[in-house]
Design a protein around this ligand. Sequence first.
Ligand code: PLP
Length: 357
Amino acid sequence: MSKYFDKKYNGLMPYTPGEQPRGEENVLKLNTNENPFIPGANVLKAVREKELMDLRLYSDPDCRALNAAIAKSYGVKENCVFTGNGSDEVLAFCFMAFGEKGIAFADMTYGFYPVFANLFNVKAQIIPLRADFSLAPEDYADFNGTVLIANPNAPTGICLDLTQIESLLEQNKDRLVIIDEAYVDFGGESAVSLTKKYENLLIVQTLSKSRALAGVRLGFAIANEALINDLNTVKFCFNPYNINALTQYVGIAAFKEDDYYAYTKNEIIKARTYTAEAMKALGFTVFDSKANFIFAGNHSKISGEEYFRKLRAENIIVRHFDTPRESTYIRISIGTMKQMKRFIEATKTILEEKANA
Ligand SMILES: *Cc1c(COP(=O)(O)O)cnc(C)c1O
């Protein structure tokens, strides 16, 4: 830390992204929930010489064509869409815009929420998940600030249904409920349709997972016009050109190939079912996941930390969170069926070596 760094940042704990190996051969990367499939054909054609020559111009600060493509895809009005540089940026704007009365979120959830709370000086109201890691909407009934829920949740993959989301919205119509649907396309029920009925609902989604575009950095919010205006007010005070021109082209293309992403989603769901069944058969506890990862562990013969290390020695990278409630588990991103077979084979070898040691 330099002597110039503002004192108020003394206690900041930055988010730790999962390892991004560069240049290592034969690494199986199952740690950051990326999509194992390449982006679709429209995306691969979206940026050609013309688009590159247009880079001398600023990108559209209103993202009109992009927001229109998203609005069309979800059947909402164009002024009900806001786009961010990754959904992380959308969430950051939410913390800036809607954090005054504090923001409630689970003790086990996306690790960026407490980081944002810290940075933006928002009071974090931590609501523990139940013993089975389920989230009970009634646990939020007494809180008057903003509620933030990842649905499906990370790292568990457990998903609330729309009735439960509605009960949260009904509990208190004067508070905002933000649903982070980063993983909803892998089998969850999106609450986007409820944004027309509830003016206290804001949905956040991303193209990083189900649309195989983590590197392009594009996320979005869908909510009623007044909430979207608030996000725009913050954005235009911070970074009006938050979505670069190439990302806007790519994003528009990605909303014109839903069939391809539906196909890759189904492949991932098949590989998820295979992986979960195989792990249960090997003696792991596996939570019912509606996301493109599974949370598994609590094995009688191996700790989460040792399992993580032994997989890494086999060139397989998964995620391990070293908190009291999470440390007996690992989170495994779901790849292709071939990749998951390699993962299961490696797991069998690790368990056999433990048994023979
Ligand atoms: C991956 C993830 C995000 C962030 O995605 P971006 O790449 O920034 O769009 C947001 N929320 C959750 C729960 C995630 O897992």
